[in-house]
Structure formats: C-alpha cells, structure tokens
Design a protein around this ligand. Structure first.
Ligand SMILES: Cc1cc2nc3c(=O)[nH]c(=O)nc-3n(C[C@H](O)[C@H](O)[C@H](O)COP(=O)(O)OP(=O)(O)OC[C@H]3O[C@@H](n4cnc5c(N)ncnc54)[C@H](O)[C@@H]3O)c2cc1C
Length: 335
C-alpha cells in the first residue's frame, strides 16, 4: 500500500480561494478541493478501505466526502473554544493524522482535537447521530491502518495532557493524549513512577486499553491492573447535541480470578480458530514452521518451543543480572 504524498495533498491551490466550483470539485473553494484531492488519492492508491468500492465511481466518493464535510462543520459549530476542527489544508491537520508508522495513517475528511471531556461527548453525540465513520488517536502507535486512523472524522486526543500527582493516595491523573515519555519525564523529578509502557513514544491511552506490559509488570502486573478510575465520555442518545452532555466517571475493577479465566479462554479459542483457518487456507503452520513470538505465547507453551537451544543461556543471563526477575530481561518473565 502506498501512502499519498502529503505535500502535494496539503498545499492549497489557488482554486481554493476563487469562490467558484471548479471542474471535479464537490463544492466551492477549499471544501471542494479537499474532496476532489482526497477522492483522487483514495482512488489511485486505495488508501482508504472505506472508499475501495467507490473507487471506480469518484462521484460516490465526492458525495460521501461532501456529506462528511458538512458534519465536520456541524461539529465545529458545537464545540467550545478549547477544541478545534482541522481540514487538509491546515498545518495542524498533518499532526493530527500523522502516525509514527506512516502506513497506519489515512487521510481523514477532517480532524477534531477536543480540549475538554464535554467536547468529546459533543463530538461523539454528533457522530452517533450521523453514523459517520470515525477514528480515535492516542499516541498513534497502532500498526494497522484503520485502528487509529479513518477516512471519515478523526478525533485526535493530543490536547489531553494533564499529569497530576496525588502524593497522599500515591496515584496520578493522566490525560489520554500523553505519551509514556511525557509521563516519566514529569514524574521522575518527584521520585515516583508508574507501571507504564517500555518505549517512551507509545501512547498512554492505547497501551492501557490493550493491557500494557511494563518493565515492572512482573512485580506489579499490567498497566490496566493499576488503573483505578477512568473518565469516560460518551454519546448520549437522549440528549440533543445542542445540550452539553456530562462526562461520567466509572470505577474499573478486574478483581476476580475468574475474570482472568474468561480472558484466557477467549484467547485460547481465538488462537485455535486462527490456526484452523490457516490450515483450511492451505498454509503450513505446524511443526517446525510454527512461529512463536514469546510475548504473545500462551502461558503453558513449553519454553523450548519459544527459545529453542538458547534457553539455558538465557536462563543463566537472567539469573546473573535479574535474580528477582523484575525487569523481564530477555523475556525472563517466562523462565
Ligand atoms: C515501538 C512500540 C513499542 C511498544 N511497546 C509496548 C510495551 O512496552 N508494552 C505494551 O504493552 N505495548 C507496547 N506496544 C504496543 C502498544 O501498546 C499498542 O500499539 C497501543 O495500542 C499503542 O497505543 P497508542 O495510544 O500509542 O496508539 P493509538 O494507535 O493512538 O491507539 C491504539 C488504539 O486505542 C484506541 N484509542 C486510543 N485512545 C483512545 C481513547 N482515548 N478512547 C478510546 N480509544 C482510544 C485507538 O482508536 C486505537 O484503536 C508498543 C508498540 C510499538 C509500536
């Protein structure tokens, strides 16, 4: 898959400002040029799976784009001054859609950077009402296009950057737009840390939602095990989008061992189904062809199957350098 040339897409042509509906434009001015360029690009490179079927009919894409642009404008009119909507010719748009792995990015019709939980709720309410495709981006470290990118409306959480340490309860409040590096940098001078990501460029929100392996997970569990409370914004069907909806606080608990078993059983049956599908597809994934990534292996997988003849050597290293198995050295948490 080839991504578009950002410069070409983002440089605003003079037709943006001529107030005329030019050939192939969906409307007048930049809106029209936006759609025309996005549809051209999506057609050419099939960047956006949403539009794949429409690729042969650019008109369908243009109509869709025009509809979504109108929803972007509606959002723009509803959010507070703490938040902003950006379009492909805005400099900030580029930051919003950009991912560390370029292939995970997609050209959204517009991006929204909410600055308050109320505005997140307002945006989600409009999205729910209009059923427009949308995506949410935290640190943007997803590998796959469509996970935190969209050809519809992208909500970029980058304005949520609060880090508030509460010494009495030994807890910290973290914004959903932070990267783990931001968090460690702020907490380090205070002599405290959190059970967070191992690489500083990864986002706080996405990592916690996926569980979160930390260097300290052997000692303290996953990041998600250490999360006490989330602030959740939602779309409220009973509240018209003109009324400011209230964010709500939920308590999170994953306390019972039986909760773990539900997760492990689900993982096992999913693994089995994937293997069966691969076999049915004619793929040879058994025996020596089996590839195991230790981080994702099930807990009862024989260690020899993961580490082969390196196992004794790895055990020696771990014993010497990390006798308490705290740092998960070389996957030591499995030894
Ligand atoms: C270099 C690298 C190192 C990594 N290291 C670790 C590691 O040490 N430990 C570990 O456990 N994992 C690690 N990962 C995996 C990483 O945790 C996941 O890829 C995670 O999803 C990234 O989160 P993000 O916020 O950066 O990504 P994003 O792509 O922004 O988000 C990931 C998912 O979460 C959703 N999301 C984000 N914010 C919100 C929100 N506020 N509300 C609702 N949904 C939201 C997005 O829509 C997307 O589906 C690593 C990945 C990379 C690329």
């Amino acid at each position: 898959m080839v991504l578009c040339n950002f410069d070409e897409l983002l440089s605003a042509p003079s037709t943006c400002y001529d107030n005329i509906r030019n050939l192939d434009e969906a409307g007048v001015g930049c809106d029209g040029v936006t759609c025309s360029r996005i549809c051209d690009r999506n057609e050419k490179y099939a960047v956006a799976s949403d539009y794949k079927n429409a690729a042969s009919a650019k008109g369908v894409c243009l109509d869709k784009c025009k509809t979504i642009l109108a929803i972007c404008k509606r959002i723009e009119n509803k959010i507070s001054s703490a938040s902003e909507v950006f379009y492909p010719f805005d400099v900030e748009y580029n930051n919003s859609i950009n991912h560390p792995l370029g292939t995970s990015s997609a050209f959204s019709i517009c991006t929204v950077e909410p600055g308050t939980a109320y505005d997140v709720a307002r945006v989600l309410t409009i999205i729910r009402e209009t059923q427009v495709p949308f995506g949410i981006k935290g640190g943007g470290h997803s590998f796959n296009p469509g996970f935190s990118s969209t050809t519809g409306i992208l909500i970029a959480m980058s304005r949520f950057r609060q880090i508030t340490y509460h010494p009495t309860s030994q807890t910290v409040e973290l914004g959903a737009g932070l990267l783990w590096g931001d968090v460690y940098q702020a907490l380090d001078p205070l002599g405290v840390t959190v059970v967070g990501g191992r690489i500083s460029s990864v986002g706080v929100a996405g990592l916690i939602l996926g569980g979160g392996y930390s260097w300290k997970s052997n000692q303290y569990g996953l990041s998600i095990d250490n999360a006490i409370e989330y602030e959740v914004s939602g779309a409220y069907p009973h509240v018209p989008s003109s009324t400011p909806p209230l964010p709500m606080i939920i308590q999170f608990s994953w306390a019972l061992p039986s909760d773990d078993n539900v997760f492990i059983d689900g993982l096992k049956s999913a693994t089995k189904a994937i293997r069966q599908a691969a076999f049915a597809n004619g793929q040879d994934v058994g025996g020596s062809k089996e590839i195991l990534y230790p981080n994702n292996a099930l807990e009862d997988t024989p260690l020899e199957q993961m580490y082969g003849k390196n196992l004794p050597k790895l055990r020696r290293i771990r014993q010497e350098w990390d006798p308490n198995n705290i740092m998960c050295l070389c996957g030591g948490f499995k030894f």
